[in-house]
Design a protein around this ligand. Structure first.
Ligand code: DQA
Length: 144
């Protein structure tokens, strides 16, 4: 079962970016943990990251993965285009955030994409990614 882990803007800087908020784990380490955890679940995980909204839209349109774990970064709170892209594809998307956005600034309390996602995992740091993979596998299996 092919799964895509897709990370959005500024997440390429994980490890050095506001570590008190996002932790010390780098994106490369997160991606490696996703691939390793995916293997234990029988998932073939591939990973991508972009700082560009349109590239994220194109990646969602073009993927042949059975499901997607998406940390859309700040586009979560602003992007109707990403929301429409998620609504346009058949595969389930799990929204993910390292931080608990509801415990932060009010502008982070709104998610444009949550209504079209299968579910949301947030606030558990890098540990959220394997949790999201486990949840996504369950969603795909339940859909049959
Ligand atoms: C984030 C939360 C967003 O509000 C923020 O813009 C990010 C990271 C997170 O993983 O906690 O870039 O998605």
């Amino acid at each position: 079962m092919r799964i895509l882990v897709l990370n959005g803007p500024n997440l390429n800087l994980l490890g050095q970016r506001e570590p008190s908020v996002y932790g010390a784990t780098t994106l490369a380490e997160i991606e490696a943990s996703c691939i390793a955890h995916g293997k234990t679940l029988g998932l073939d995980v591939s990973c991508a990251q972009s700082n560009h909204e349109g590239t994220l839209v194109d990646t969602l349109h073009g993927t042949d993965a059975r499901g997607i774990v998406l940390n859309a970064g700040a586009y979560t709170h602003t992007s109707i285009a990403l929301r429409d892209a998620i609504a346009a594809i058949a595969q389930p998307v799990v929204e993910l955030h390292l931080s608990n956005t509801h415990a932060r600034e009010p502008f982070r309390h709104v998610s444009m994409i949550a209504p079209v996602c299968a579910g949301v995992i947030q606030g558990f740091g890098a540990a959220g990614y394997p949790l999201a993979l486990t949840a996504l596998k369950g969603v795909i299996e339940a859909r049959g």
